[in-house]
Write a protein that binds this ligand. Structure first.
Ligand code: FAD
Ligand code: NAD
Length: 466
């Protein structure tokens, strides 16, 4: 029997990064994936398909609503929904092919089937009844997460569905109810509202994307209103039922009045839960916590020192790049290195249009901790680049230490915010001050310049660009 150095269970961003980094460090590696394709949630039913549909739907929306403003006349615009979905499938295929190539290139053995523990060094692989045993020195658990639901809401995957099904609907729905105005809720709402579906978001908190800086959520409420999305905030869903050809959702609205709403489909987007089903963790004495997550120490070791866990299945933000960072981290820990992840500098992005992006502390967090801060803010309505592309909604907000100018948090909602935030992460990682940032050359005209202007505002000098 071939004895591996490292077996990775799960091939999402956490698992495939752990496997590749381990192989780069010279280990004999195997990766086990229960589905027929590699890539996990992110590649197959998460980040990548969601972004493909967001891009296609934004083109459709632009063609209908904006092209004439540029002097472009196009008549008879219509949507081929089947092709819209097929393009997304092609994007997924290209990415899974890329992963297959990387596994081969790095000489990683790929095993398809469910992986489960026999003991600390033996893993059972069950590929639809065909079983084999693999031996290893270390195991990295990267089994990810699955959609969560609410009491009274049973997901049937037919009419009461999750992000997975809504990314592959057979037809364009006329009406859609989304329970949860978090990241998935607002991205899915954007896709379908742009295509003409009447979308209602029911959100329990008093704003959208409530875990981010509140000003972002408040601005997003206004901007998603432009897409004619009905927003029911401060509303609590009590039940959802499949009526056959439609769904019935009951909720208590802001005023505490019971409301009944009907729609073709109801999407449940109220968070995700760690996934450990089928791993037989009992065999190695690992007991998931009450929230289902696997407890790990600073080295991401479980209670068994040779078994590590990373990504959505452990504590922290459920983000692909967090899982990837932990994948590389664990491989390097096993290798005897001393890697480091700054969790408070992991950026968050929401791919609405305009995009939303954040890194570091929010105003609410600083106020709660009694940490003094200054605000430097610049609106995209004052940016020449944003005017040229007619993307003038939104702003950049920089939160800084009033004495030393250290950057404590950067929050933006605006065009290409997802890419602009990378620069803020670098400045915070290397503790560059706002004064220093304001002296660095930013190309003109760019969306990133708005960041420079916000730094200039925060440093007390005042903005100088347009
Ligand atoms: P996963 O990607 O969930 O992968 C786990 C893998 O393990 C799966 O393939 C599963 O089949 C496999 N597995 C489980 N148990 C076993 C077993 N016993 N044996 C073998 N295999 C097993 N994050 C971002 O950063 N940016 C985004 O834009 C973004 N968009 C998203 C959009 C949607 C709609 C969703 C649902 C999520 C999105 N996320 C995004 C979150 C991101 O997808 C996750 O944080 C990320 O996939 C977690 O990676 P992971 O490796 O921990 O787990
Ligand atoms: P989320 O935690 O972002 O949002 C869930 C929302 O549901 C919250 O706003 C919450 O207040 C609301 N909610 C909870 N109970 C409710 C109720 N009874 N009635 C109405 N609303 C209720 O979770 P999500 O949107 O499901 O996303 C899951 C994970 O996937 C997140 O951790 C996110 O990081 C990740 N994800 C990331 C991206 C991205 O990075 N762009 C995109 C999609 C998903």
């Amino acid at each position: 029997m071939k004895v591996y150095d490292i077996i990775v269970i799960g091939s999402g961003p956490g698992g495939y990064t752990a496997a590749i980094r381990s192989a780069q460090l010279g280990y004999q590696v195997a990766i086990i994936e229960k589905y027929a394709v590699l890539g996990g949630t992110c590649t197959n039913v998460g980040c990548i398909p969601a972004k493909a549909l967001l891009d296609s739907s934004e083109h459709f929306h632009q063609a209908q609503q904006q092209f004439h403003l540029h002097g472009i006349q196009v008549g008879g615009i219509s949507l081929d929904f089947a092709k819209f979905m097929m393009r997304k499938e092609e994007v997924i295929r290209q990415n899974t092919n890329g992963l297959n190539y990387l596994m081969k290139k790095n000489k990683i053995d790929v095993h398809h089937g469910v992986g489960s523990f026999i003991d600390q060094t033996h893993i059972r692989l069950d590929n639809q009844g065909q079983e084999m045993t693999l031996e290893t020195r270390y195991v990295i658990i990267a089994t990810g997460s699955k959609p969560a639901t609410l009491p009274g809401v049973a997901i049937d995957k037919q009419r009461i569905i999750t992000s997975t099904e809504v990314l592959s609907l057979p037809e364009l729905p006329k009406t859609l109810i989304i329970i949860g105005g978090g990241v998935i809720g607002v991205e899915i709402a954007s896709v379908y509202a742009r295509l003409g579906t009447q979308v209602t978001i029911i959100e329990y908190a008093d704003s959208l994307i409530p875990t981010m800086d509140r000003e972002l959520g408040k601005t997003l409420v206004r901007l998603l209103g432009k897409l004619k999305i009905t927003l029911m905030i401060s509303s609590r869903v009590q039940a959802a039922r499949n009526l056959g050809n439609e769904t019935l959702v009951t909720c208590l609205d802001k005023a505490g009045v019971s409301q009944e709403l009907k729609a073709d489909y109801c999407v449940v987007a109220v968070g995700r839960k760690a996934y450990t089903v089928g791993l037989n963790l009992e065999a190695v004495g690992i007991r998931p916590e009450t929230n289902g997550k696997i407890k790990v120490n600073g080295k991401r070791q479980t209670v068994v020192p040779t078994i590590y866990a990373i990504g959505d299945v452990i504590e922290g933000a459920m983000l692909a790049h967090k899982a990837e960072d932990e994948g590389a981290f664990v491989a390097e820990v096993i290798n005897g290195q001393k890697p480091h992840i700054k969790y408070d500098l992991i950026p968050s992005v929401v791919y609405t249009w305009p995009e939303v992006a954040s890194v570091g502390s929010t105003e609410e967090q600083l106020s709660e901790k009694g940490i003094p801060y200054k605000v430097g803010k610049f609106p995209y309505s004052a940016s020449a680049r944003a005017r040229a592309s007619m993307d003038t909604d939104g702003f950049v907000k920089v939160l800084t230490d009033p004495t030393y100018g250290e950057i404590l948090g950067v929050h933006l909602i605006g065009p290409r915010a997802a890419d602009v935030i990378a620069q803020a992460v670098v400045s915070m990682e290397y503790e560059v001050t706002t004064q220093e940032m304001a002296h660095i050359s930013f190309a003109h005209p760019t969306y990133a310049e708005a960041l420079k202007d916000a730094y200039l505002q925060a440093s007390g000098q005042g903005a100088i660009n347009i």
